[in-house]
Design a protein around this ligand. Structure first.
Ligand SMILES: NC(=O)c1ccc[n+]([C@@H]2O[C@H](COP(=O)([O-])OP(=O)(O)OC[C@H]3O[C@@H](n4cnc5c(N)ncnc54)[C@H](O)[C@@H]3O)[C@@H](O)[C@H]2O)c1
Length: 259
């Protein structure tokens, strides 16, 4: 018996917001949700790129219902406007994918040398951002007694990786705390912690030697991709996962962070 009139393993017709969807993993998740029949709001601080991403998905996926939305996840007013836009268009929010994140590219300094301004910026985007976005979708989720918050964490939470790792381990803790608070509203909160992913961001930020080291650190001897991650994210968004909450799922090809 499911708690919602929905095929247990389906996201058909669900209203999904994916933050950080202008490029990379977020854009791929948005496309896969659209292919699976969800209504998808692609949200990103990069207005032009997210509009293009939404337009491309709409053109490529027959019958899809997607929209590009501008949001800065560090700004509560901007988040409120984004959620209001989605509710106005589709009446509710069923699933929030907190994917927007920054890592490494701006100031790849060790934690002991990290400037306070950079520390604050990474935490504002990677940790406070998911909290503010979660707070903003609670009203429609509570109203319907069902909702899904899926936080995109990282293997960086389990290895020394500067302020990025600090933010992602904090996100795992926040996942558990919010799940505990929201469970009786029918809202689940889980995190997915990807291992090394072969995409634009990784290619541009990792030297070849580091790339190869990551491959050898996996049991599968390959980098992952967005499809490897989507299966877990999609599962968590369905009613099949109604009793799964507060967890962080490592999807990492068996990556051993001690290597
Ligand atoms: N790529 C990997 O190997 C990997 C591994 C583990 C975890 N992750 C996590 O997955 C997520 C996506 O990673 P990616 O590789 O696709 O990154 P990416 O850099 O390609 O994309 C991140 C997106 O977030 C957006 N963004 C940044 N700041 C924002 C803000 N303030 N408000 C709204 N949007 C903002 C960017 O504009 C960009 O479109 C991140 O949370 C990252 O930490 C990635």
């Amino acid at each position: 018996m499911t708690t919602n009139a929905q095929t247990p393993n389906s996201v058909q017709g669900r209203v999904v917001i994916v933050t950080g969807a202008a490029r990379g993993l977020g854009r791929d998740y948005a496309r896969m949700f659209a292919i699976d029949g969800a209504k998808v709001g692609l949200a990103d601080v990069n207005s032009e790129a997210v509009t293009t991403a939404a337009r491309e998905i709409a053109a490529d996926v027959p019958g899809s219902d997607v929209v590009g939305l501008t949001v800065d996840v560090t700004d509560a007013d901007s988040i409120a406007a984004m959620v209001a836009g989605v509710v106005e268009r589709w009446g509710t929010v069923d699933v929030l994918i907190n994917n927007a994140g920054i890592w490494g590219d701006l100031e790849p300094a060790p934690l002991s040398a990290t400037k306070p301004s950079y520390f604050d910026l990474v935490l504002a985007v990677n940790l406070r951002g998911p909290l503010l976005c979660t707070q903003a979708v609670l009203e429609p989720m509570r109203k319907q007694g069902w909702g899904r918050i899926i936080n995109i964490s990282s293997m960086g939470a389990y290895m020394p990786s500067g302020v990025y790792g600090v933010s992602k381990l904090g996100l795992n803790q926040m996942t558990y705390a919010l799940a505990t608070e929201l469970g009786t509203n029918g809202i689940t909160v889980n995190a997915v912690a990807p291992g090394p992913i072969d995409n634009e961001a990784t290619r541009s930020q990792l030297p070849e030697a580091a790339f190869q080291k990551m491959i050898s650190g996996t049991a599968m001897k390959r980098m992952g991709n967005s499809q490897d991650l989507y299966g877990m994210i999609r599962y968590l968004a369905t009613t099949e996962a109604d009793w799964v909450t507060g967890q962080t799922f490592l999807v990492n090809g068996g990556y051993n962070s001690r290597m």
